[in-house]
Write a protein that binds this ligand. Structure first.
Ligand code: NAI
Length: 676
């Protein structure tokens, strides 16, 4: 056995070289430049002393290769550096592909990005059918597309429709799904994986050609039509000026699919220019912000055997089913048995949505969730999540009644969106056990959970709540107890400005368009209608009192019949759950509409920084991106201020303040920021 820093070479009796990948001092393998260079040298040696076959495998537990090292990626300063970087990967993949003995990639666990591209350069790919095995090319999520030959080679293997779909969505596939689209050659149980890899290495079977449809859709006559269709689908989700990578990928395929060598060369050039765009830099930043949030939940080891949720309404019901989906044993309590029946019915719908046709997973999740009208689960639970009516006295009387039954070390979490934690905890014998766990609606789709630290909250309880949120696959953010916490507080001025503009006579369509042009996933007026105007009003009421924000007339005088999407009408009328928008409306000063929306949001973000609502500016950006969907390609509100220029935005803010009153007064928090 010989070895380098990252690789061990083991030759067996059949003269098969087993190449074990093991990044030192890391829990997962990364195809960093050092590992690429070492592997390149190993393959060069094989060219002179050819083994019978080569099998690439990982020595990490339950993971193959996570991809390239994104940290290296952030150090690239210009296109030339990026191109040289891409070429090193290409040299390795081309050399591996050209090796004249059979090569096999043996995958168990996560295999992403560069790991998949390395596998594609092998003759055969076999993977375990384990739950943990996921194979994908997620580069698009970082503002680039595969750059180590993955574009041409995945299309060659799977045909353009399946390969482009995988690359354009960035979705990672189970090994069965990967086999179905022919990305891999075999999917087998873990215990048979080695034998399967060995069989491919020794027998080197011929691969069947792609089906006719796959070959036809790659034909130069049909490609323009297919590419047009793909562009149309991409355009419905992402604008080219905001997210250039998917468009670049489609162009690459359209122009070069007839010539693999040229496609590979052009792939490297395209990725080198994408990698140095602001979009890619900001999406990489978002990736690291996500890691930062996850790390907030890693400080405590909180073992939860049972979760008890009180309140089976919109939020409590969804929180309970989410926890059951995540593998926890859950009881859900509600004062109304009829409501509980609905909660369980809706949970079935959530399980079906999550697990699709996997009946066993649906049955297991259903078994884990029990309706508990009398609250028997209180005494069993390690964490109790309260999501009952937003009423201080009702919540306090519930706490008083359940505290004597709670386990000694159980924690109590409230989903309140507006009541001060101190007003709730003061009724408890152990006020330190109360923490806020503020989920967003809809629970299954919103990744962020704000973990609210009341003045009395024990540090240990805080850490346990952060860990719990992470363990149920959410992104936890520690937030100071203060009106609106972080996300609603920053979102509300933006929503109120939008509604004020409607009061002034500006069409909702114009306002929403200004926001989506900026990069928001949905305009503020449609968002208000979707959340429900009554809910918006109640949060706005609380914040307007605490932060001195006046309520627009439109919100003050709500009609019960026009509360938004749920009643079929709000600012828009709804048909089949979709707003009816007038495409013909226009406005003479669209830029100002956008400035008014965005600057109120930015100004509030700087106020939160000044008040230390979360620990630092990165966490504000993370909270706003994952809690509201704020244009990820802009890197977050504070990053946007820094990259656009504090001076420039301050001038716009000042001119808005002189035209539209002091709600645009510049917060002192701006002085804490400086432009890059
Ligand atoms: P909801 O009205 O849909 O559900 C509340 C449920 O609590 C009802 O089913 C009711 O029967 C039950 N309930 C009330 N008092 C109870 C008691 N003493 N014992 C047992 N069950 C009781 O309310 P929703 O919207 O789910 O809100 C719940 C909490 O979540 C509130 O504190 C709210 O501020 C917060 N929240 C709501 C969000 C939303 O978008 N709806 C978003 C984030 C937080």
């Amino acid at each position: 056995m010989s070895e380098t820093n990252n690789w061990k070479i083991e030759k067996d009796d059949n003269n098969i070289a087993w190449l074990h990948f093991d990044t030192p001092d890391a829990s997962a393998n990364l195809l960093a430049q050092a590992a690429i260079k070492e592997l390149n040298d190993i393959i060069k040696d094989f060219e002179n002393d050819l083994p019978r076959a080569v099998i690439i495998l990982s020595d990490k537990k339950d993971s193959f290769i996570f991809g390239a090292d994104i940290k290296e990626f952030t150090a690239l300063e210009n296109k030339e550096q990026a191109l040289a970087f891409m070429h090193k990967g290409h040299d390795l993949m081309n050399r591996l592909e050209a090796l004249s003995c059979p090569t096999v990639s043996m995958i168990h666990g996560t295999c992403l990005g560069g790991g998949t591209e390395l596998s594609l350069a092998c003759d055969y790919i076999v993977a375990s059918d384990d739950k943990k095995t996921r194979i994908g090319l997620p580069e698009i999520k970082l503002g680039i597309h595969p750059g180590y030959g993955g574009t041409a080679r995945s299309i060659e293997r799977c045909g353009p429709l399946a390969a482009m779909n995988m690359m354009l969505t960035g979705r990672a596939l189970t090994s069965r799904a990967a086999k179905k689209i022919k990305l891999i050659d075999e999917s087998v149980p873990v215990r048979q994986l080695k034998a399967a890899a060995q069989a491919f290495a020794l027998k080197a079977p011929e691969r069947k050609p792609l089906p006719l449809l796959a070959r036809l859709s790659n034909h130069s006559l049909l490609r323009p039509l297919v590419a047009w269709q793909m562009r149309k689908q991409v355009a419905s989700k992402a604008k080219k000026e905001h997210y250039p990578a998917p468009y670049s990928l489609i162009d690459l395929w359209l122009k070069y699919a007839d010539d693999k060598k040229q496609m590979l060369q052009q792939e490297a050039i395209a990725v080198a220019s994408l990698a140095t765009t602001d979009t890619a830099r900001n999406l990489v930043r978002v990736f690291f912000l996500q890691e930062k949030l996850k790390s907030q939940g890693k400080k405590a080891d909180f073992k939860v055997q049972h979760v008890h949720v009180i309140g089976g309404g919109i939020m409590g019901g969804d929180i309970a089913s989410w926890c059951a989906i995540q593998g926890y044993s859950v009881t859900v309590q509600d004062q109304s048995p009829e409501r509980l029946a609905q909660t369980l019915k809706h949970a079935q719908y959530s399980f079906g949505k999550k697990f699709k046709r996997d009946r066993r997973a649906i049955r297991d999740a259903s078994d884990r969730l029990l309706a508990d009208h009398r609250g028997v689960g209180v005494s069993r639970a390690d964490i109790i999540i309260e999501a009952i009516f937003e009423d201080r006295d009702v919540k306090r009387s519930l706490y008083e009644s359940i505290e004597p039954q709670m386990k000694e070390h159980a924690i109590l979490a409230t989903n309140t969106s507006s009541i001060k934690l101190e007003d709730l905890s003061s009724c408890l014998k152990k006020p330190g056990r109360l923490v806020g766990l503020h989920f967003f609606n809809p629970v299954a789709l919103m990744p962020l959970v704000e973990i609210i630290r009341g003045n009395e909250t024990d540090e240990k309880v805080m850490q346990q709540a952060l860990a719990f949120a992470k363990n149920i696959s959410k992104l936890p953010l520690a937030v100071k107890s203060s009106p609106g916490f972080l996300v609603n507080r920053i979102l509300m001025p933006y929503l109120l400005e939008a509604v004020t503009m409607v009061d002034e006579g500006i069409a909702p369509e114009v306002i929403d368009r200004a926001a989506t042009d900026f990069g928001m996933p949905m305009g503020p007026i449609e968002l208000a209608d979707t959340v429900g105007l009554d809910i918006c009003k109640s949060v706005a009421n609380i914040l307007s009192e605490a932060l001195g924000m006046p309520l627009p007339e439109n919100l003050k005088n709500l009609s019960d019949k026009k509360l938004g999407k749920k009643t079929g009408e709000g600012f828009y009328k709804y048909k089949n759950n979709k707003p009816l928008k007038n495409k013909k409306v226009s406005c003479s000063n669209r830029q100002q509409v956008q400035d008014r929306l965005v600057l109120r949001l930015l100004n509030e973000a700087t106020a939160c920084l000044r008040e230390g609502i979360v620990d630092n500016s990165d966490l504000i950006d993370a909270g706003v991106i994952f809690g509201t969907g704020f244009a990820p390609f802009r890197g977050g509100p504070l990053e946007y201020i820094k990259s656009t220029g504090v001076e420039k935005l301050s001038t716009t803010l000042e001119s808005l303040a002189s035209e539209y009153s002091d709600r645009f007064s510049k917060d002192e928090g701006w002085s804490l920021l400086s432009s890059d």
